[in-house]
Ligand binder design. Structure first.
Ligand SMILES: Cc1cc2nc3c(=O)[nH]c(=O)nc-3n(C[C@H](O)[C@H](O)[C@H](O)COP(=O)(O)O)c2cc1C
Length: 462
């Protein structure tokens, strides 16, 4: 076991974690606020305010602070609530800073001899900084590394072996203890490998899940939700996709008034909806049907906006009315429409040719076929792509989770429209990663595929 380490040979400096506000409430109680968290620290007193000002101004030697009158109890309470970051180092300078992101959780056991970096810990460079940080969605603190060689201590037995000859063993032990107690390092062969509730998560999915929900992380100063963070920094993306230069196929517009009278009732459509993966290639889907389907699902329409104004929208709902999704019909077989990859221009209700049949199109169709366990070679594969910047200009932390929610509402709209029209439809849960970008020439981080939907004529037997 690593002993609990005395701090005498180490330097320890304390500061308030970033993003903390101090307020005095109507009962003269001192309150600290950060993001969605708040805590009360008794009656406001001058010495408390002075101490907080000092802690807010930057790292102060812990020993000097503790020696001040009354301070010890107050500092203990601030530590217990996760309001203080601790910079640990030696005379030559700091080595790391432990920065709580929420209330600390006491370690359930002494620090084991053999530790390993948590599978969920990620080391990355902080934005606008040269510092590396170690973070995990399961840890109550992140650690800023003033010297990245410190991580070598997880595998090396001694500081010298980790290339840290100047670091006393006691400080190395303290670092490993801190990694363990905040959840960034775990015992070898522990619950991360053995318990289902942890084994079921891959690191990127747990990060994505945790970071796309509102929570403690906004204590560290980053915004969440509709902050419009890019305003003044970057131009917003226009609502309309740049038109592809290829030939344009005008699509017939359905008579919506007639459809309101003749469509099956909603209850029948919802109840009859099924995933149908096979298509009737003897009587393929027609250009008119594809046009009606796209019009009913994804055309741009002028809706009534707030206060009687008009705003652009589509038949399916979209967070912030941003509409970042683009539809690329990949047509293998359709009556009245040459095969090829098209982009649906919902403003003009037209298809613009992106590329004719070739290896790119074949790869997209083959990946979709694999997604149905080789049951279906679709007549039309609708690849749904997202122009990420449309949402990411406005939203922080969770725009990608919004994209996937939008894919869900679009899928259901497409399922219902196809059912009402007597077409075969099936959503897919995964698809080809980069081929659409090879076909369109658009950058992967600007716009790429996020969904796939099979569409075709429905066999009489289905
Ligand atoms: C998001 C989503 C992903 C899906 N992924 C696939 C898939 O990859 N392959 C497939 O054959 N069916 C897929 N389906 C269809 C489901 O298998 C189908 O909805 C489910 O079996 C229920 O059957 P039903 O749609 O006929 O009611 C998906 C459906 C949804 C909504």
């Amino acid at each position: 076991m690593i002993e609990s380490v005395a701090t005498t040979a180490l330097t320890e400096h304390l500061a308030l974690v970033p993003g903390v506000y101090t307020v005095v409430d109507q009962d003269d109680q001192l309150r600290l606020l950060a993001g969605s968290r708040a805590a009360t620290f008794g009656a406001v007193q001058t010495w408390k305010r002075d101490l907080l000002h000092q802690l807010a101004a930057g790292p102060c030697p812990a020993r000097d602070l503790a020696a001040r009158d009354h301070a010890a109890g107050f500092l203990t309470a601030l530590h217990a609530g996760g309001w203080l970051e601790t910079e640990v180092g030696r005379a030559q300078g700091p080595l790391y800073t432990l920065q709580p992101t929420r209330r600390p959780v006491p370690a359930s056991s002494p620090t084991p001899d053999e530790l390993i970096l948590s599978r969920f810990a990620i080391v990355h460079r902080e934005r606008d900084s040269r510092h590396l940080v170690v973070e995990s969605p399961l840890a109550w603190a992140r650690i800023r590394l003033h010297d990245p060689a410190l991580l070598g201590l997880l595998t090396a037995k001694t500081p010298a072996a980790a290339g840290l000859a100047q670091v006393p063993q006691r400080l190395a032990d303290r670092f490993l203890h801190d990694l363990y107690r905040c959840g960034l390092a775990v015992p070898v062969g522990g619950a991360e490998e053995e318990a289902f509730h942890l084994r079921q998560w891959s690191a990127h999915e747990l990060w994505f899940h945790q970071r796309s929900r509102i929570g403690h992380r906004d204590r560290l100063g980053s915004g969440y939700g509709r902050t419009r963070w890019a305003e003044g920094l970057f131009e917003p993306l226009p609502a309309r996709h740049d038109p592809y230069p290829g030939p344009v196929v005008a699509l017939p517009t359905p008579d919506l008034e007639r459809l309101r009278r003749t469509d099956p009732p909603l209850a029948a459509v919802v109840e009859d909806r099924r995933s149908v993966r096979t298509h009737d290639d003897d009587t393929p889907i027609t250009l008119e049907q594809l046009g009606e389907f796209l019009y009913r699902c994804a055309r741009m329409r002028a809706d009534s906006g707030p206060e009687g104004g008009r705003q652009l929208g589509r038949p399916y709902p979209s967070g912030g009315s941003v509409y970042e999704l683009e539809l690329y019909p990949v047509v293998r077989l359709a009556s009245g429409l040459p095969a090829g990859v098209y982009h649906y221009d919902g403003h003009d209700h037209a298809l613009r040719s992106v590329q004719g049949p070739g290896p790119g199109m074949a790869r997209l169709i083959a990946a979709a076929r694999r997604g149905t366990f080789e049951q279906s070679t679709p007549q039309v594969l609708i690849v749904v792509a997202a122009r990420f910047g449309r949402l990411a200009w406005t939203y922080e932390q969770m725009p990608y989770s919004l994209v996937l929610k939008h894919v869900g509402v679009l899928y259901q709209t497409m399922y219902l429209a196809a059912t009402a029209m007597g077409l075969a439809a099936c959503g897919l849960g995964g698809g080809d990663r980069e081929t659409l970008n090879e076909v369109t020439g658009v950058g992967y981080t600007d716009e790429s595929a996020v969904g796939e939907f099979l569409l075709g004529s429905r066999p009489a037997t289905q």
